[in-house]
Design a protein around this ligand. Structure first.
Ligand code: ADP
Length: 336
């Protein structure tokens, strides 16, 4: 169940193939995020008219909301090749220099988790983004010289779950930043209906609504839950009804709000050990034995969004709804 609901966890190979098959190929097919879609369309059209590479794009938001998909769409819609890389794969300036110097003209370079790139590579990237040029250092110490190298013009699409972690000079060099939002239930139903058609799965509308409500506002999770429901219907025979969804998701420990074991562990610690808070994020992370990055980029944004906790200057606090979801009486001074 953990893997099912953790949107940043890479699933099995079958899971990855499944995800790839369901990826929308065009902006028109991409569900929701209407503002972002409009902005991207404009950016691509302007570049086409002026016959130049589109501006660099930063995509920010929690995992599973469509950042990789949008990068692929940018390349596809503008008819350009796409190169995939990621921050953790760029641990030295040289790693980045190798990628940049091998780009073909107009290529779209996608760097996932760009906030995890090495600092030394960031500096190199500034000049590359601005002037399509890098300085390569040759030699060491007093004898070191830098050799300028012209690059093919490219479009950088960076993705980050934590735009606050990007240094300003890097953030400023993106012509456009898109903040992806969690999807509302109607949009997730749309995502699911599309996926069901592609999977040739007969499923009731009320069943789609039930899955959407438990998908944490995240298309990746919606698609994964749909896959589990499909398996369940297959094994137990019969159509995918709302009851089938309920039984299947109960089996996977997903509650009506879409909370999983980690969410519940965080809430449980906050409510019982810290009397509803306020408590710092790191303390919470240590208490549940998770990395604070996971708590901050995956668990917390969702719990805040559904109103179970709030961020205050002194730390995270449970709301009245937070206490009540766990069947506990909220202390009088609790925030609603
Ligand atoms: P991210 O890069 O933000 O972690 P992805 O782009 O990999 O997320 O999306 C995860 C999965 O969710 C993909 O398989 C894709 O099919 C699906 N998905 C994401 N956004 C949308 C959307 N707006 N419409 C339809 N499917 C989507």
């Amino acid at each position: 169940a953990d893997e099912l609901l953790q949107p940043d966890m890479m699933g099995s190979e079958a899971e990855i193939a499944f995800e790839g098959a369901l990826r929308p190929k065009s902006l028109a097919e991409f569900v929701g995020q209407q503002r972002v879609r409009g902005q991207l369309q404009l950016l691509l059209d302007a570049a086409t008219i002026q016959n130049r590479t589109p501006d660099h794009i930063l995509l920010a938001g929690p995992p599973g909301l469509g950042k990789t998909t949008l990068a692929m769409i940018v390349a596809h819609e503008s008819g350009r090749p796409l190169r995939l890389s990621s921050g953790p794969a760029i641990q030295h300036a040289g790693d980045l220099a190798a990628v940049l110097s091998s780009l073909v003209p107009g290529e779209v370079l996608f760097v996932d988790e760009i906030h995890r790139m090495a600092r030394s590579a960031e500096e190199l990237l500034y000049l590359a983004m601005e002037d399509f040029r890098i300085d390569i250092m040759v030699g060491k110490g007093a004898g070191a010289t830098s050799i300028p190298l012209d690059l093919a013009p490219f479009t950088l699409v960076g993705a980050t779950t934590r735009s606050g972690l990007l240094p300003n000079p890097l953030r400023d060099r993106f012509g456009f930043t898109a903040h992806l939002e969690f999807y509302d239930p109607a949009e997730l139903v749309h995502v699911l209906r599309r996926a069901a058609v592609m999977l040739e799965l007969q499923i009731e509308e009320s069943a789609l609504v039930e899955i959407a409500g438990r998908s944490r506002g995240t298309p990746r999770i919606a698609n994964r839950l749909l896959r589990r429901v499909r398996d369940y219907a297959l094994v137990h025979g019969g159509a995918a009804t709302r009851d089938v969804v309920r039984s299947a998701l109960e089996l996977y420990d997903v509650d009506e709000l879409g909370l999983d074991r980690l969410d519940r562990a965080v809430m449980n610690i906050l409510l019982t050990r810290f009397a509803g808070g306020p408590v710092g994020l790191n303390t919470l992370a240590v208490s549940v034995g998770e990395e604070s990055e996971t708590i901050e980029s995956v668990v917390e944004p969702f719990l805040v969004r559904i109103g179970l906790i709030v961020r205050t200057p002194r730390g995270r606090m449970a709301t009245r709804a937070g206490w009540e979801h766990f069947g506990l009486a909220a202390p009088d001074e609790t925030i609603s």
